[in-house]
Each structure stands twice: as C-alpha cells, then as structure tokens.
Design a protein around this ligand. Structure first.
Ligand code: GLU
Length: 328
C-alpha cells in the first residue's frame, strides 16, 4: 500500500502536469482578467492586446489569462470598470479627471474609487476629412456632414466641446451623424459623411482604412490660436503634432498641429492588489518588448509610467513602482 506521502507527491505531480500541459481550449475555463478598450481600429484595442500579451507570458504560473475587449471608449470603460463588469480599462485623462472630480459628464456623481495602473501614450484630437469637402482648417466644418460618434460616447463628448470652441453650433451649423467611430472610415469612403472626429493615438487603423479608397483623404489642422487656447484651458492638455509618416496614402505630409491628451490604464480601488501588481510587473519587466507592440508606444519612458495619471495609483501598481525604485 502506498504511503500517504507517496500519494500526496503523486497527486501533486499529476496536478502540476495538468496545469503545465493545459491545452489552448482550456482558456474558456481558466479564470479571465479583462481589459475594456475601444473600437477595433483604434489604438486602445492594440494597447489592451499588448498589456494582455505581457500578462499572458505568465499565464500558467498565474493560473489565469487576460483578454482585451472592444468598447465605445473612455466613458463606457469608466462605467463598466466601476460597475465591476470588467477589471481594467483605458481612458483619456480628461474623462478620469471629470469622473474623479464629479464635474462635466459626471456632474454631481463623483467617482472616488478610480485608480491608475499605468500612464500610456498621448492621443491626438483628430479630424479626418475627404479632400473634396474642402475643409482646409477646422472652422470649415460648418455646413458639412460630420460624424461625431455614438450618442454618449467619448468621441461625441469631445466633438461637442471642440465644436463649441470653434464657434460652430452642432444643431444648426452642421449635418451631424452618430455612426460608431469604428465605422466612420468606411462611411467617409462611401461618401456618406465629409469628415469625422476621433481622439486617438497615431498611427491607427482607422486613418489607414479611411485613406484606402478612391476618395482622397487628409487630416484637418487646427489653427495655432485654437490649439494654444484649448491646451491652456486644462493641465492635462498640451499642444502636439500628428506624425503622418505611417500614412502613405494620406494627402498631408509632415507634422499636423493639434492638441494632445494622455491615455491611462486604470482600474477600481477594490481590484485585487496582486492582480494589479502582476499586470504592472509584466509590462515593466518586458518594457522594451511592450514598446515594440505599437508605434505609438515608442514614446513611452520607463520612469514616467506612473506619472500624470490623474487619479491615485492602485496599491498594487504603487507596490511595483516602489519596489522598482521608480516612486518613493
Ligand atoms: N480616445 C478614444 C476614446 O476615449 C479611444 C481611442 C482608441 O480606441 O484608440 O473613446
């Protein structure tokens, strides 16, 4: 008869063997950590995929995996992460600021439990337009068919603020469309709209798709007075330029002046500390590889990853950054 010890050793060995030889199909039953991102042709989706890729390097050790999922962007992400439907999300700095201060879109509904995980890349306020619509500068949007994104989405909210600052009344001065932004590039090529708004990192697949077709497409520049005024209005906005080098078929060449805003990976305060620690550690331990996952990540600087993240760092993220000597 086998001793208890032998049986324990044998069953432990069998259990380990099972864990280390799990077929890919077992993904469906493994615990899953989720990140809500953006439209599939934006950069949030790639960013979520890159974070998941780093986490999944240790999938067997962690006994669970991470998956990214598409969404309508920042505002939806804040809602679903806070509601507990997903674990992590990506958001523009402004929406985290509004939520944590209970202003603008979150007027009277202050969210005190948003926590930052990693600061990511800078996104740019972008207007993509057909050349034949003759929108040479943002103010020329007047009278045009303009897509501003799904009602209640971050794109719609951002467009409303920008249009107001441009002195354009969305009710009377434009023909407005609310197609989801991931469809806007095909609508532009189909001549269903003249231009669309997108606050997004560059390069992205939306602009690439918009430039693939018979209709010639360009990115509309903002005038410097507008840029300086908007950038000065909030601490998290800055003057920036869009790098067009990856867009072969775009009509503009060179840098296009606009306003930039940081994107941030976030979670809720109640999120398990160990999981957040693992996410941060996996990205930071594989930092060079992470930066290679998308050209927009090339701008990331290791020591700046916990900086300018609007809301307090989650305890799991702070633990990693302290251990690594990046914060005190
Ligand atoms: N900035 C957009 C938003 O907050 C998303 C951009 C992207 O998906 O890359 O909705």
């Amino acid at each position: 008869m086998k001793s208890v010890l032998t049986r324990v050793v044998c069953s432990t060995f069998l259990a380990l063997l099972l864990i280390y030889t799990l077929p890919a199909t077992s993904m469906a039953t493994e615990p899953m950590t989720t990140i809500t991102t953006g439209g599939i042709n934006g950069v949030y989706y790639s960013a979520g995929g890159a974070v998941a890729k780093m986490f999944n390097k240790k999938r067997q050790e962690f006994g669970g995996w991470m998956a990214n999922q598409a969404s309508h962007g920042s505002l939806e992400n804040i809602d679903t992460v806070l509601a507990g439907g997903v674990d992590f999300g990506i958001s523009q700095a402004n929406f985290l600021y509004f939520a944590s201060n209970g202003i603008e879109n979150f007027d009277g509904q202050q969210k005190t439990n948003l926590r930052a995980v990693l600061g990511l890349y800078v996104e740019d306020l972008t207007i993509i337009a057909a050349m034949d619509a003759e929108i040479n500068i943002a103010k020329d949007l007047k009278g045009k068919r303009v897509n501003i994104g799904v009602v209640g989405s971050s794109d719609e909210e951002t467009s409303a603020v920008v249009l107001e600052r441009l002195g354009i009344d969305p009710e009377t001065d434009l023909e407005l469309f609310n197609y989801p932004t991931y469809e806007a590039s095909e609508k532009l090529q189909a001549d269903a709209i003249d231009a669309y708004f997108y606050t997004v990192g560059h390069p992205n697949l939306s602009v690439m798709e918009a430039t693939e077709g018979d209709r010639k497409v360009h990115i509309v520049p903002f005038d410097q007075t507008f840029i300086d005024g908007l950038a000065a209005s909030r601490p998290y906005l800055s003057a920036d330029t869009i790098d067009t080098q990856y867009y072969d078929k775009l009509e503009n060449k060179g840098a296009i002046p606009t306003v930039g805003i940081k994107s941030i990976l976030f979670t809720r305060a109640e999120m398990d500390e160990e999981t957040v620690y693992r996410v941060v550690k996996q990205v930071m331990d594989n930092f060079e590889l992470f930066r290679m996952q998308h050209p927009a990540f090339a701008q990331l600087i290791r020591m700046e990853m916990p900086q300018d993240v609007i809301v307090p760092l989650h305890s799991g993220a702070a633990r990693y950054f302290r251990e690594a000597g990046i914060i005190q």
